[in-house]
Design a protein around this ligand. Structure first.
Ligand SMILES: NC(=O)c1ccc[n+]([C@@H]2O[C@H](COP(=O)([O-])OP(=O)(O)OC[C@H]3O[C@@H](n4cnc5c(N)ncnc54)[C@H](OP(=O)(O)O)[C@@H]3O)[C@@H](O)[C@H]2O)c1
Length: 336
């Protein structure tokens, strides 16, 4: 069975040119909003533009740290509460806390880093101008949510880091909040080249999507982030049967998750899948089903969904033969 990929990484000339320009001269980072051309043009020093954030939460802090480290100063911030904006501004040299409209009036490149449901209303509530750039950072929201800005002549786009920002990081953070991650970008020219350039300066991997796929893409990406929390909670629910604590679960499961991730990085998804399903151990899976049936219908349903997907994966990769896959499926479905 062939793997289905919804990601379309930028690996061609645009990324190479961006990397060449970005690694050649840090002054090149200053030319935000300038279309990426050949490296000779990229060496022409540009007037720095003003970057601002509307929304002073977790991703704004993470991106601002990455921008600062890559040589892009953050000029201004606005938020729902003045306190949030002032707290953000205090961490970034030269950053002013403004009202959203004052920020829209003064900044050339604006990250709209408000919750997803607030993106369209905030875009609608402000006055934009031709020539400025407005990007949101939502994975699920289409860029068309920024239509009021586009109608005013602004360039609009999406800039979605495939990374979890659970806390507000500050410039003294030891690690780059974006190190090694992928950022999905969407925009027309010339903004797209600016976004590629920025992703490259962050030492991240640019990724593009066909139009209209953002909800699907974001739903699936959740398996690598928020849904892991659901899996961990399920372990904790089962382990509460013998009074294990959440700390016990974390101590046991996190090394397993890290080892599993390392193995997948080296050997791919199907080939490194561990566990009784990948080995065709019918007795162990039978015991699992019996134990979870006795525990609760919810625990059984949860296990079944994952086991069914794992059987299909093991079979598709020829880790188990068709007869074993059929027997495993019958066991998993047995209490229906
Ligand atoms: N966190 C992540 O892991 C992550 C990863 C990738 C993408 N994203 C995307 O990043 C965006 C922001 O997420 P987040 O996690 O950073 O959220 P967050 O931590 O909750 O921060 C949201 C910020 O927006 C401000 N805000 C809310 N409504 C506003 C409004 N109407 N006008 C101005 N400011 C407003 C809040 O203001 P106050 O502080 O003033 O109350 C807060 O500072 C979302 O689109 C999300 O999908 C997040």
């Amino acid at each position: 069975m062939s793997a289905v990929s919804i990601y379309r990484p930028i690996t061609g000339t645009a990324a190479t040119r961006a990397l060449t320009a970005a690694t050649r001269n840090t002054a090149d980072f200053e030319g935000l909003g300038v279309a990426l051309a050949d490296p000779v043009e990229c060496n022409v020093k540009q007037t720095p533009q003003k970057i601002g954030f509307i929304g002073a939460g977790r991703i704004a802090h993470g991106l601002a740290v990455a921008l600062t480290r890559a040589g892009y100063p953050v000029s201004a911030v606005a938020s729902r509460s003045t306190a949030s904006a002032q707290d953000f501004a205090a961490h970034f040299t030269g950053c002013a806390a403004l009202t959203p409209q004052a920020l829209a009036d003064t900044c050339d490149f604006i990250f709209l880093t408000v919750p997803d449901d607030s993106i369209a209303p905030v875009a609608q509530s402000l006055t934009w101008r031709a020539g400025q750039s407005l990007v949101h950072c939502s994975g699920a929201t289409e860029v068309s949510a920024l239509a009021p800005a586009a109608a005013a002549g602004a360039m609009t786009g999406g800039f979605h880091p495939l990374q979890s920002f659970s806390f507000k990081v500050t410039p003294d953070a030891a690690k780059s909040p974006l190190a090694g991650c992928t950022i999905t970008i969407e925009a027309g020219p010339p903004l797209i080249d600016t976004l590629i350039r920025m992703v490259t300066a962050f030492e991240c991997r640019p990724n593009r999507l066909p139009p209209g796929k953002r909800a699907l893409y974001h739903a699936s990406a959740g398996y690598a982030a928020g849904f892991i929390h659901g899996l961990m909670a399920e372990i904790a629910t089962v382990w509460s049967q013998w009074d294990a604590t959440e700390a016990d679960v974390l101590a046991v499961a996190l090394p397993m998750i890290r080892a599993t991730a390392d193995a997948m990085e080296r050997g791919g998804i199907a080939a490194t899948m561990p566990g009784p399903i990948s080995r065709g151990d019918l007795g162990s899976v039978t015991a699992h089903i019996e134990a979870l049936s006795a525990l609760s219908p919810e625990a059984l349903t949860f296990y079944r969904a994952h086991a069914t997907r794992s059987i299909a994966l093991a079979r598709a990769a020829d880790r188990i033969d068709a007869a074993t896959a059929a027997k495993l499926t019958a066991i998993v479905d047995s209490s229906d």
